[in-house]
Write a protein that binds this ligand. Structure first.
Ligand code: COA
Length: 375
């Protein structure tokens, strides 16, 4: 058995930002238009008027202040209310591949490695822009990597499940290194016309280089242990898929073809599942919560993270112990915990231990216990 380590990470951040203020103005303009259009039905009591969104609610309920997106013009146009992304020809790089290549290039540079040092690419994300050929294989080609590549999807937990797969292949000896990339265009599946969720997501891509520990050239994180768990739930669901055309009203503009969630239930059910998962993972690995220097959690909701941090550590986390990035990026699905890790791990001292944990639809939860090595 070999030991795997994270030797580099990279984050691609889109250039366009939508603040809560901009988002609420666009949503409220859309709601007013819809109410005007449906005035008769509303007056007849056949339809409820759409209610306005508010900045105060968004920050209070989620902690999110802004989000990065690949296209804000469509999202903020009350006549459109979704991103407008140009159709690319089959001979051009796809948009997910392009984002992932940027993040992967940064991860390789941080590790001091080149494409020739990589044996496999795993594209782990909540949505793929096409079923085949695998987006991962396109990324492999664009980077000039030999070996093999494949896509996988476990929604918000895709990155940690991908890390476990990469680490397991390295441990077993079938490969020496893998790039796990997480291009997340969450703006594509978010329902921007629903005030209950229109503020939740943003776009980003992350990449993590996992190698045999002896191949690390600089500071790195030994992967001490990984653990994944799933439990079926309909509380976060998206019914879009390749059978859409075959169903009677499948191509209609249906609400369930975008992200849907029962937020309150998710909150209530996922919190104990995740806290228990992390605590058991640490205990089974012989690590006391006092020995945990950092928690890089999934970035969906500030109150959720506060709760998990307190439950796992048995006290309120000190500032910096459980860094959040959701105020800037919103929920970026599987990429969130990796952004938190990439942006808040350089300062860790030799031998210090931290834990990455993502969770979400499925339900799913994945964790990785890491130990810092300075080189
Ligand atoms: N602006 C103003 N009011 C809003 C609003 C908005 N944008 N969206 C909802 N509201 C209203 C609701 O209609 C509701 O009104 P009511 O009490 O009259 O029914 C009230 O605010 C509370 O809404 P609720 O949905 O219960 O809020 P919440 O405190 O549960 O927060 C979430 C909503 C989504 C932020 C929260 O439930 C959450 O983060 N859940 C977990 C999400 C998660 O992790 N998902 C994983 C996705 S991968």
């Amino acid at each position: 058995m070999h030991t795997a380590a994270i030797t580099g990470t990279g984050v691609f951040t889109p250039s366009q930002i939508i603040t809560n203020a901009e988002l609420v103005v666009a949503f409220n303009a859309y709601a007013d238009r819809m109410n005007e259009k449906n005035a008769e039905a509303i007056a007849a009591g056949e339809m409820a008027p759409m209610q306005h969104s508010s900045e105060e609610f968004i920050v209070k309920a989620s902690g999110i202040e802004q989000r990065y997106v690949m296209d804000k013009t469509g999202i903020l146009d009350p006549e459109v209310m979704h991103p407008l992304l140009r159709q690319r020809s089959d001979d051009e790089p796809g948009i997910m591949a392009e984002m992932a290549v940027d993040a992967a290039t940064k991860a390789l540079a941080q590790a001091g490695k080149t494409a020739g040092d990589v044996d496999a690419v795993i594209c782990a994300a909540s949505n793929m822009e096409r079923p085949y050929p695998a987006v991962a294989i396109e990324i492999q080609k664009l980077l000039g990597i030999d070996g093999f590549a494949f896509d996988m999807n476990v929604a918000c937990s895709s990155a940690t499940f991908g890390l476990q797969v990469a680490a397991d292949m390295i441990r077993s000896g079938s490969i020496r290194s893998a790039l796990v990339v997480n291009p997340e265009i969450c703006s594509g599946h978010l329902e921007w016309r629903d005030r209950d969720c229109h503020f939740i997501f943003g776009d980003v891509a992350t990449a993590t280089l996992v190698e045999r520990i002896e191949d690390a050239k600089g500071p790195h994180f030994e992967i001490l242990s990984t653990r994944c768990a799933t439990e079926f739930s309909n509380n976060i669901r998206n019914n879009n898929g390749f059978l859409r055309r075959s169903r009677p009203d499948g191509v209609a503009d249906r609400r369930d073809m975008q992200f849907m969630q029962n937020g309150r239930k998710v909150f209530k059910e996922v919190l104990p599942m995740v806290s228990e998962h992390i605590s058991t993972h640490l205990a089974d690995s012989g690590i006391a919560s006092d020995d945990l220097k950092r928690l890089w959690l999934h970035q969906a909701n500030k109150a959720m993270n506060d709760f998990i941090g307190k439950k796992v550590l048995g006290r309120t986390p000190e500032p910096g112990e459980q860094p959040n990035i959701l105020q800037d990026y919103a929920n970026t699905s599987s990429a969130g915990s990796i952004i938190a890790f990439a942006q808040n791990s350089d300062d860790m001292a030799d031998q210090e231990i931290g834990l990455i944990c993502s969770f979400g639809a499925g339900y799913s939860v994945g964790s990785a216990i890491l130990r810092r090595h300075m080189g």
